[in-house]
Design a protein around this ligand. Structure first.
Ligand code: ZN
Length: 384
């Protein structure tokens, strides 16, 4: 069965999801401009002020804005249009076919997260006339999210970022949550540590200075790393893992270089700069440290009044009470939140969280329309 062919992508979030799924935006290389240009055309026609910002050729982030009042900031929705590679397993549905079988829509990005982008875009277009004289709405549709929020970080690093983005009073990140409102995510702080030494013939190690011993001692110094902060009530404690270690070129030489990579996941209240200082102390002098990725945690107290109103809207779609929960993956909110003015932030979208990055990724068709309705309510609650 195919989607309702009478629908157009401006009023049917499922049809728009299908159109976006047929555009191959596997990152790398991304080529997200297929989606962002298409969405810019739809949103411009509905009255949105659209701006495309490229961080690399064919890789643009779209910022679409409508309304705005001096006394109240707009609400902001964000989502990414890049998708992850297909993996080595064979798919039983064309990953770019956007096939609907039974209650599921298949395709790479169906859950993570073209359905979420389509749902808020259709809601935004439907409400354009109603909200054009209100506090307003900002959509930030990014490229390069899957490779460390590249598009979002590029945008917020621009000189004109404040003018392009503006402030926001609330932020919705439409990543896959099965339409459950989630109140935050952990941060990621990825580092590379390296040691240097002096090479010598392997038969005369006393003439050299072995870099592997140094990096090995540094690794052991980080085992059972104590973050020195109390665990967060919902997020628990931060974690540290040494993911890789490399050193030496051949068996019969003293290695003069060695390195390891460190994956730290932080919880709300932990400061990455402070952790950096603690690591340097623990590993001692002679160990170099370099940042590979620095994405902060995101958290809004479930008691926040806006969060409460969002939870209330979502609750109508669930039989059981929704307990406050967080997600494990990080999102563009980590980059966007500070320049937007630290608004309360919910992660809420129609995709299936367990389907993200999977073979035969799908999204339940019904969730997409449900999300569009939820997003309409959330926008109107803010703008009225
Ligand atoms: Zn995602």
């Amino acid at each position: 069965m195919s989607a309702n062919t009478a629908s157009t992508p401006v009023n049917d979030a499922v049809a728009l999801t299908q159109i976006l799924l047929r555009m191959n935006t596997i990152n790398p290389p991304g080529n997200e401009d297929q989606c962002t240009h298409y969405l810019a055309d739809l949103l411009s026609a509905a009255g949105y002020d659209c701006r495309l910002v490229e961080f690399a050729p064919r890789r643009s982030t779209l910022i679409a804005r409508i309304g705005g009042r001096p006394d109240k900031p707009p609400i902001c929705f964000t989502g990414h249009v890049d998708v992850v590679p297909l993996g080595s397993a064979k798919w039983s549905h064309d990953p770019f076919g956007a096939e609907i079988v039974g209650d599921k829509l298949y395709g790479r990005g169906s859950s993570d997260m073209k359905s979420g982008v389509a749902a808020f875009t259709v809601a935004a277009i439907a409400l354009a006339d109603q909200i054009k004289d209100s506090a307003g709405l900002t959509l930030v549709i990014t490229a390069g999210e899957e490779t460390g929020c590249e598009g979002a970080f590029h945008l917020v690093g621009m000189e004109e970022a404040a003018e392009i983005l503006g402030k926001a009073g609330a932020l919705v990140v439409a990543e896959p949550t099965g339409n459950e409102p989630l109140v935050g995510h952990k941060g990621a702080f990825w580092l590379k540590a390296n040691a240097t030494g002096v090479t010598a013939h392997g038969s005369m190690p006393e003439c050299g200075d072995n870099a592997i011993y140094k990096i090995a001692r540094a690794a052991l110094a980080l085992e059972n790393f104590d973050f020195g902060t109390a665990p967060h009530a919902l997020m628990g404690q931060g974690t540290l893992n040494i993911g890789t270690m490399h050193g030496g070129l051949n068996i019969n030489s003293v290695p003069d270089a060695a390195e390891m990579t460190i994956d730290i996941r932080t919880v709300a209240g932990q400061d990455h700069k402070q952790i950096w200082g603690c690591l340097c102390n623990r590993m001692g002098p002679g160990i170099g440290l370099q940042t590979l990725l620095d994405v902060g945690s995101v958290y809004t107290a479930p008691e926040d009044p806006w969060m409460q109103s969002v939870i209330g809207r979502c609750q109508t779609h669930f039989d059981k009470p929704l307990p406050p929960k967080i997600v494990s993956y990080f999102t563009d909110a980590a980059a966007l939140r500070e320049p937007l003015g630290h608004p309360p932030t919910v992660i809420l979208g129609p995709g299936e969280p367990r389907m993200a990055h999977q073979t035969d990724e799908f999204c339940y068709v019904a969730r997409i329309g449900e999300a569009e309705q939820l997003f309409r309510h959330i926008i109107l609650d803010w703008c009225k």
